[in-house]
Design a binder for this molecule. Structure first.
Ligand code: GDP
Length: 325
């Protein structure tokens, strides 16, 4: 049993997890709330979820605002559902402090799926949260994974640096681009070309789509990584998401990437890197909190005074602080 600090509500975590595994949307939503709000039940939830992970393929969608990410997400959900897959959607807004249903309620395109029991949709905001995206999103992914989702789509809403961060959470990263966004050049600058596993050239109904494809091909040819034997060469898929055209090809590319990763041990490698980053972030968070709680600023002030006076150097002062935690 875990009692919520804010509401006094009592959660039976093992029961929630078992209902989530059976596909209860309410249990999934509650578990995500628990991990998202850093509740006292967080550790219990994490421990209860641990045995049930590793099934879902996490697919990140990244790209500039307006290229058609949310339209693409919605039509991808439709196609995956037609294949009988259970699907999770996390819409992450790094620029907003508001989590929960409200934000997605505004996103009309997702309402097509609102009554489908095989789809879990959740929006998460991270501005102002301790640890931000890096803390809450991986835990929400664990919930959706344990809830037997076959695919979890992670979409960034709004703007921000989070694009690369999202990619680091995904097994497969789709970079969505569109004519008229100067994306080729922007993407190259941000180093995003390198993290894309599939390029989606959306709005292929518009002039300039061919040029975008050519730009991407050219930029791909510049990167040496993809020319090595056995390496993955990110396919370029054209879509008109607004008319559901080309979506089957995107799903096929996602599946192909999954097979390639399985074959080359890449899925395990990516997940290992991700878990290491996650553990490190949690451990550093714990250290930071202990610093605050155990020492307060007094110990730090005292150490600072010694450094200012020339009685200690900052490295040995820091070592002493860390050793005393
Ligand atoms: P996001 O900001 O990347 O999530 O982009 P949205 O999915 O909200 O799409 C932005 C706009 O582009 C909306 O008005 C869509 O209707 C429109 N749009 C999406 N896909 C297509 C497409 O394939 N062709 C055209 N012409 N418009 C599209």
């Amino acid at each position: 049993m875990a009692v919520s600090r804010r509401t006094g509500r009592v959660d039976d975590v093992p029961d929630l997890v078992s209902r989530a595994r059976d596909g209860s949307p309410r249990a999934v939503a509650r578990l995500i709330s628990l991990v998202e709000n850093d509740s006292p039940a967080l550790r219990e939830v994490a421990a209860a979820l641990a045995p049930f992970g590793g099934h879902a393929q996490v697919v990140g969608l990244t790209g500039s605002p307006g290229v058609g990410k949310s339209t693409s997400t919605s039509v991808l959900v439709t196609t995956l559902r037609e294949q009988g897959k259970r699907v999770g959607v996390l819409a992450v807004d790094p620029s907003s402090p508001f989590s929960g249903g409200a934000l997605l309620g505004d996103r009309v395109r997702m309402q097509d799926h609102a009554t489908d029991e095989g789809v879990f949709i959740r929006s998460m905001a991270s501005r102002g949260q301790l640890g931000g995206l890096s803390a809450a999103v991986p835990q929400a992914l664990r919930v959706l994974d344990a809830a037997a989702c076959d695919v979890v789509l992670v979409e960034t809403v709004g703007v921000g640096q989070a694009e690369v961060e999202i990619a680091s959470l995904a097994d497969t990263t789709l970079l969505v681009v569109a004519p008229g966004f100067g994306d080729g050049i922007q993407a190259a600058k941000a180093g995003i070309i390198e993290i894309a596993d599939v390029f989606v050239v959306n709005k292929a109904d518009r002039d300039g789509a061919d040029q975008v494809v050519r730009d991407l091909r050219y930029m791909q040819s510049l990167g040496g990584r993809h020319s090595e034997a056995g390496s993955w060469r990110a396919p370029i898929v054209r879509t008109v998401a607004a008319r559901s055209e080309g979506v089957d090809d995107v799903v096929a590319a996602i599946e192909k990437h999954r097979s390639w990763m399985d074959e080359h041990g890449e899925l395990d490698r990516r997940r290992q890197v991700r878990a290491a980053a996650e553990i490190e972030a949690i451990a550093l968070g714990t250290v930071r909190r202990k610093f605050g709680h155990v020492h307060g600023s007094a110990a730090l002030d005292e150490a600072a005074a010694r450094v200012v006076a020339g009685d200690a150097d900052p490295y040995s002062a820091a070592d002493e602080l860390v050793a005393s935690l």
